[in-house]
Design a protein around this ligand. Sequence first.
Ligand code: ZN
Length: 314
Amino acid sequence: MTGTTDERPTPRRSTRFRLTVLGCTAVPLCFAGWLGWQALAGGGSPAATGTSASPPPAAPPPATTGPGTAPASTGAGPSPSSTASGGARPLTGRTVLLDPGHNSNNVNHTAEINRLVDIGNARKECDTTGTETDAGYTEAAYTLDVSHRARAILEARGAKVVFTHDGDREYGPCIDERAKIGNEAHADAAVSVHGDGAPASVSGFHVIMPAKVTAGAADTSAIVDPSHRLGVTLRDGFKAATGEPYADYIGEQGLDTRSDLGGLNLSKVPKVFIECGNMRNSGDAQRMTDPQWRQLAAQGIADALTAYLTTPAG
Ligand SMILES: [Zn+2]
């Protein structure tokens, strides 16, 4: 919802060129790592069904072909990229923070969520209502559903998954608390899940990474580089799983860097946002409303986190 959601941009373009410089030296390496994970993982994941103890399938998995070659959303089951071994549990001992953007109850607590909180270099609303499709499917419902699906996959791979909220709070949490929860969990990686509310004529997904911010309580110096690697890996994994095109209205090749998001400014752990699509665009809205597509979205997020956490930083 333009102007009201935390992740809506303020005009800034100065950081765009940083992307090509810092870049996961990156993209090929990161994606190679992700492919490596896929190859390594072998068998079938129980994740798509949300169970955690399915045996590996007898048949070999279909090949993963890479970005831009997303599996068809047939609804017949897990995507090819979901074929990670349930037995490997490569994320044992790792902690992932998933931050479902907004909260369905925020709409009933406008006074509380409009309270300003300190994000280091500015003061911003505690939280926002988020956007929704023209048909009324809310961003808060979307983000929680995709986070649930991603959690199931990640837990099946052995990760400890921490949520900032699980639809169980009256409102929020505030954006500063969302960051704090990840910090206190000592998360190895954090992803904030969102859908955008841009004009109806534009579409696509993008990943938002933290700029270097050192102001007040914000100091992202230590997380800029790992968050960039996480962002590129997430961009590639999400594209591979969903086939969703890069946003055609913001960022560069599906990547953006910002200094105005409290959830990033206050994070001490590698963290990125993903705007999975533009809920105001009819095509994106149709996909985001489809549970089968949301499973692919969750698969992409989980696969990217797995790749990030199992590939040595280079
Ligand atoms: Zn949002």
